[in-house]
Design a protein around this ligand. Sequence first.
Ligand SMILES: [Zn+2]
Length: 248
Amino acid sequence: MFPQVRMRRLRSGKIRDMVRETSLSVDDLIYPMFVDENIDSPLAMSSMPGMSRLPVKMAADDAKEAADLGIPAVILFGIPSTKDEKGSSAWGEDDVVQRAVREIKNELGKDMYVITDVCLCEYTSHGHCGVVDMEHEQILNDPTLPLLGKTAVSHALAGADMVAPSGMMDGMISTIRDALDENNCKDVPIMSYAAKYSSAFYGPFREAADSGYSFGDRSSYQMDPANSDEAIREAELDILEGADVIMV
Ligand SMILES: [Zn+2]
C-alpha cells in the first residue's frame, strides 16, 4: 500500500502510452450500409446526416471507398422491394442483401470483411423482428428461429464473412450456429447483438432500415433499459450458445 505503491509512477512519459489498456483506430471500425432494392440513386436519410440508402449496384463502389480509407469491415442492412408477414425476402438467394454481399465480395474479396445483419424486421410487413400472431398481436419466438437460421445460411452462402443476428429472440444464436454448421459454413462466426434495449435511440435506425412497426413496440423482446444484470445474463447466454462476438 501507499507509500510503497504509487499508481502515478506509470503516468508520465513514454510509459504512459505503453500501458494504455484501450486504443481506438480505424482497425476497430465497421461501416454500416443500408442497401435498398427500390432505388436507383442514393437516398439521404434525414435522421442520420451524411448517410444514404444505396441501390445494390452502388454497394461495391461504396464499400471500396470505405476500404480505401482503411476501414476493414462493413455491416449490411437490406431494404427489400416486397414485404410480407413472414419476411420471405430475407432469405432468398437473389434477395437484396445476398446480392449486395456478392457484389462487394466479387469486387473486394478479402479486402473487405462483410458482416450481415440477420433479422426479419426489415422484411416483414408489420415491421417486427419475428413471426407475428396477428390476431393476438404477439411476436412468436420459436417459429421465428428457423427463419433466422435460413436467413443466416443464405447470407453465408452468398459470401458473408460473419452474420450478426439482432432480433433478441431466445435461442437465436444456437439455432443459427446449428444451421450454419449443417450447411457447411462452420467457419462463419456469429456476432450477437446480445443486449438490446427497447429504446427511442433506435429511431434513426428504423428510418434507415425502413423497419418501423405497424402495431405495439419491441418491448416484448428487447430489454427494459432499467436492467443491467439482465444484459450480463443475455451476453453470457449468447456466449454459451456459441456467439463468437457479442455486441452491447
Ligand atoms: Zn429486427
